[in-house]
Design a protein around this ligand. Sequence first.
Ligand SMILES: [Zn+2]
Length: 506
Amino acid sequence: MRVALYIRVSTKLQEERFSLSAQEKELLEYAISKNWTVVEILKDVDSGGKLEKKGLNELMDLAEEGSIDVVLCIDQDRLSRLNTVEWEFLKDVLRDNNVKIAEPGSMVDLKNEDQEFISDIKNLIAKLEKRKIVRRMMRGKRQKLREGQGWGKAPLGYKFNKTTKKYELDENWSWVIPFIDDLYLTKNLGMIVIAHELNKISKTPSGRFWNETLVQRRLLSKAFHGVMEKTFSNGETISIDGIYPPLRTEETWKQIQMEREKRKTRFKVDARQNENIHFLRQTFITCGHCSRKLHVANHGTKTHSNYYIKHGRKLKLKDRSVCDISINTIRFDDKLTLAIKDILKSEEIAKRYINLESNDQEINLLKRSIKAGEKSLKQLQEKRDKLLDLFLDGEFPKNTLNEKNAILEKERLNQEKIYLQQKAKLDALEKNSWNYDLIYEYLEIAENLDELTHLEKVQLIGNLFPTATCYKDRLVLVAELEQGFPVEFEIPIEPDPFAWHHTKNK
Ligand SMILES: [Zn+2]
């Protein structure tokens, strides 16, 4: 038997028995006692959870080259504190190449299903262990914050200096906050206009257009006068001064909050006549059954609104059927507000609306979809090249070329957007940075939804959920996180209270 020894120590968990040299000694002795030929000794020092490891990659190379029969490690945990997809991938490589996993005293043959089951169980336990580590990390972060040390993604206008472990100004973006403050306080402009002014200069650092909500977040945030404030999943809020070099004074921040209150009351009076706009008015809704656009139509009277989500006109589909989805919004109106409150309450409750677990299926689907996207983008480019060739051959005039190119470019931008979103999502899933805190941060701004004027509500919902898909029994709202990927919120639609009416008419 030809064997590779695989040794890994976590940087954080350097227990005696698991130190590099102790593992190496134990494994070598075992291999020798079995009369195996040691082909290679592979080592990784890592915190686990990631497959980008030199030793592991070499291990897979050896397996694929057919130069080993067994990989020997202290216990499978050394191999399997990977997420499920990576573990499946590694297992596939080992299985395809007839490589068994051995621990001193036992050997797992991945071709045998029972044993694979055992190894899956072990992998699951390793994952639970990892979750514990994450929890411990969160505890550590709280502690760090209490001690006055910052952590996490730098707010707009700052960057984290890894050497000094402090936040510094990011010269590229530090102009934004004073710019917003000036327009808001001195020039007395509203947030929508400010977003518009910002867009004239630049998109956000993640390449999105500025909108009212993005501006509002910056007006509300205490980060810009130096304060790091974090609410943890357990409800505790910690707030520490002097984490960021200030871009505005606390005085200015207070002034902004006062100004906001003032404008809110002024707005409330003006907004009365706008009450008959549904709060999904700014959201682009697509039909989940026929993929066409859906509208929010008011079928009520002047004094009493009654909204329906439905198609603009009945259009026959290719198979001659007609999609006549029509949903009275009272079937979900309250649910949506409730959902936002629920999600902010706790991670457990949030799971009713959002899929917070990343499963293999989702990751595999994403990977496949990204591959398909890559291919399709390449094909689009080829089409453009061909078009140019045909034009140069004199097949059609310049304006035809321009027209066709414009269509292709529009399609490319569309596809590229989806492609980049999917990549960002996959990245977050694989780095395990996809978690409840991201959602919390995103929705926090809607915490006091009830206090907003109706128009503010419409705008906020529209900004939080730019798109949605409506099915007969559920509404799927899509949020675009600043990290660059979409998250789906599923709101159930209650059964139609007037259903008896329809059946009677049929
Ligand atoms: Zn439809």
